[in-house]
Ligand binder design. Structure first.
Ligand SMILES: [Ca+2]
Length: 698
């Protein structure tokens, strides 16, 4: 039996389970499509591929959170406007010089998992089932991988997948070597075809090793390989980098942009932001960010070298891109999500020596949803009608279709735990943009990108500027069947008054409390004790583990100026979980080493705000507490104490405070505190904050 037959057999379509799974919701015409593909697969069995009919291989490489301009070729092109003129990416440049660079490439939804799902399915997120980072990718989805596999391709997914905490074989791929969620940069366990396997070294180096090994084994038949790098996603810098990159670019300075200090429309104006770079506008953060991009560039180079060495370069379509863009201080923002240019744009380099131009630069707008139809087009596989993207094969081959898109729909859906970016939908044309925020007509934005590329002057009040774009938005929404899907998260006001936002009293310093349920127990009392002395804010959630901290920190810090940040992580790192429940037979959420790495990254990020930091030690774990071992907090506190000493952070020793009073203060076999304990902790925390605000006065 030839490989095409085995492949068709392995598809296992139309099993009873698959028929049940959300077919109607995610892909209404799946049945028709599957039937057609079954026919195709049968045909492929009868006529196995010959060398002369060889179809192209596909090597699709994407980074996580790489801005479109984190590329040497773009920096040089930007001249005086370049933010990092000293940044070099020889391998991206090499790909651009031997292929095509799309200057105007975009993610239709600038967020990790949604964009990844859009690349896979060629469909918008309001239809493909993924509107946030915490939903697993529906395993019955039709993707470029499932369709190419049905057409006789060997398929593999290697590296970062990042759809919820999805585990196991990556759906649609014959082979996968991937990790759960964000994984970690160093010695990350990798699931090889679903089986967890320890690895050594920096994860993007490791993923590249897997990819090269797999290409060697599969060089004889058409293949489609996806490689997902973790870089440059946070946590960045220090031990998250391989040693060879840690000091790269030291001494270099990034340039500011005209939209520093111009807040996103959904954030209140911040009078301090214009004068001082804060947070993601901080130079040291930029250097680490670009060190990680360089790591990705080096591995891109290794993949290109491997193609050369295997004699596959001519026959392989290479695409290099990122899942979304990234703010580095523009519009007082870090992270991504909203659709200002820095976030909406992505890098896009493509190469296929047999067909595409060499060293060409194209200005036509291309999207993440175009990837799947392009691959199918190049492979000679019919593109299902459900796919909303458009193949750029002809464009890259030098024939611009006369009806190429003049505008496109961009969207974002509010995400639980993903900060305060609201649901939005907008349209971008070649030189203008309209953004609407459902329920907030006062936030509508219109930009003339030709004269205002930094999106500083909102023209929403100008009916002439708005009218044409509004009509185009309507057209696009209809064409793309836009509706906020039922599975999108809905903003909920916090039920707990402890978590509710507070308004600042003018003239008082601003203090942020970051912590888990222990801090929730004393927040209101600390606020009362500091009344008329400080504006005490807290994060709008349980701060969880350091991993949760890394995911939430950008939105928690927001764009405001903080004078003091009082923080703790620990009880959620040291807890043991099994199948999501507290259970001592499961592993700890963070090993002591992971805790240290995460904590360092968090402290450095908070220090970049300019706030004074106060670390609260983790309170005692009593004997008999569910899923936690009494005394573990000592190990975690010991590590934390070393981190705070290294990074010169003050300590508020809550552990020492409550140790002699535990029987009276703490609940039995429970990490939480009785009212008397909460009051005792509140008094100590209030004093620590006052001391940080006014050193030497107490
Ligand atoms: Ca991302």
């Amino acid at each position: 039996m030839g490989y095409a037959c085995r492949s068709a057999f392995a598809l296992g379509w139309a099993t009873a389970d698959m028929l049940k799974i959300r077919v109607m919701q995610t892909f209404t015409r799946t049945f028709l499509c599957r039937a057609a593909l079954s026919l195709f697969a049968a045909h492929a069995c009868a006529f196995p591929l010959h060398a002369a009919e060889r179809k192209p291989n596909f090597l699709f490489i994407y980074t996580d959170d790489q801005r479109w301009d984190a590329m040497g070729a773009v920096q040089r092109e930007q001249g005086e406007q370049a933010r990092f003129p000293w940044f070099k990416s020889p391998n991206m440049d090499r790909l651009a010089a031997t292929g095509v660079r799309f200057r105007n490439a975009f993610a239709t939804c600038s967020l990790c998992a949604p964009s990844r799902a859009a690349f896979l399915t060629g469909r918008y997120n309001h239809l493909n089932g993924i509107t946030n980072n915490h939903t697993e990718f529906p395993v019955d989805s039709v993707t470029h991988a499932t369709l190419l596999r049905a057409a006789g391709y060997k398929t593999a997914y290697i590296g970062k997948w990042h759809m919820g905490e999805q585990s196991g074989q990556r759906p649609g791929f014959d082979y996968s070597a991937s990790f759960i969620g964000h994984g970690r940069y160093i010695d990350c366990p990798v699931e090889i075809n679903g089986v967890s396997t320890p690895t050594k070294g920096w994860i993007d180096d490791v993923s590249t090793d897997f990819a090269i090994g797999w290409m060697k084994q599969n060089r004889e038949r058409p293949f489609s390989l996806v490689v997902g790098f973790k870089s440059p996603h946070s946590p960045r810098g220090g031990k998250n980098l391989p040693e060879r990159l840690r000091n790269l670019y030291t001494g270099e300075t990034s340039r500011p942009t005209p939209n520093f200090g111009v807040p996103a429309i959904f954030h209140p104006p911040d009078p301090t932001a214009a004068t001082q770079p804060q947070g993601l506008a901080e130079n040291s953060i930029h250097l680490d960010y670009l060190r990680h991009v360089t790591g990705a560039d080096e591995n891109l180079g290794r993949l290109l070298d491997a193609l050369d060495a295997l004699g596959l370069a001519e026959d392989t379509v290479v695409v290099y891109t990122s899942d979304n863009g990234y703010y580095l201080g523009e519009h007082c923002l870090g992270d991504k999500r909203s659709i200002y240019e820095e976030s909406l744009r992505i890098p896009m380099l493509v190469r296929y020596p047999r067909l595409f131009g060499k060293g060409k630069v194209l200005d036509e707008m291309v999207l993440n949803i175009d990837l799947a139809p392009t691959f199918l087009d190049l492979a000679g596989v019919a593109v299902p009608r459900e796919i909303q993207g458009v193949s750029w094969k002809e464009l890259a081959a030098g024939h611009t279709p006369p009806n190429w898109r003049q505008s496109f729909l961009a969207e974002y859906f509010y995400e639980d735990g993903g900060g305060d970016t609201p649901t939005l939908v907008g349209v971008r044309s070649a030189n203008a943009k309209l953004v609407t925020y459902p329920g907030h007509p006062e936030w509508t934005e219109v930009f003339d990108l030709a004269v205002d590329p930094y999106e500083i002057k909102n023209l929403a009040a100008d009916p002439a500027a708005k009218a044409k774009l509004s009509a185009e938005l309507d057209t696009q929404m209809k064409a793309m069947n836009y509706a906020v899907p039922a599975n999108a998260d809905k903003p909920r006001p916090p039920a707990d008054p402890t978590l509710a936002a507070v308004k600042d009293q003018p003239g008082l310093p601003r203090v942020l409390l970051i912590g888990d349920s222990i801090s929730m127990g004393y927040t209101l009392q600390v606020r009362e004790l500091l009344k008329s002395k400080a504006n005490l804010h807290r994060i709008p959630t349980n701060g969880g583990s350091t991993q949760d901290g890394l995911a939430g920190i950008e939105s928690w810090l927001g764009n405001g100026k903080w004078d003091v940040i009082h923080f703790n992580w620990g009880l959620h790192d040291l807890k043991h979980l099994k199948a999501g429940k507290l259970d001592l037979s499961g592993p700890q959420v963070s090993t002591v080493d992971a805790y240290e790495t995460n904590l360092r990254a968090l402290v450095k990020r908070m220090q970049a705000t300019g706030a004074k930091l106060v670390w609260a030690t983790t309170t005692p774990v009593p004997e008999g507490a569910d899923g936690r071992i009494a005394g573990d907090e000592l190990k975690y506190n010991e590590v934390a104490s070393r981190v705070m000493k290294d990074l010169d952070v003050a300590t508020d020793d809550l552990h020492a405070l409550c140790l002699p009073k535990l029987t009276a203060w703490q609940l039995r076999k429970n990490v939480h505190f009785k009212a008397v304990g909460c009051a005792g902790l509140a008094a100590k925390v209030a004093i620590a904050i006052e001391t940080a605000l006014h050193p030497g006065e107490r």
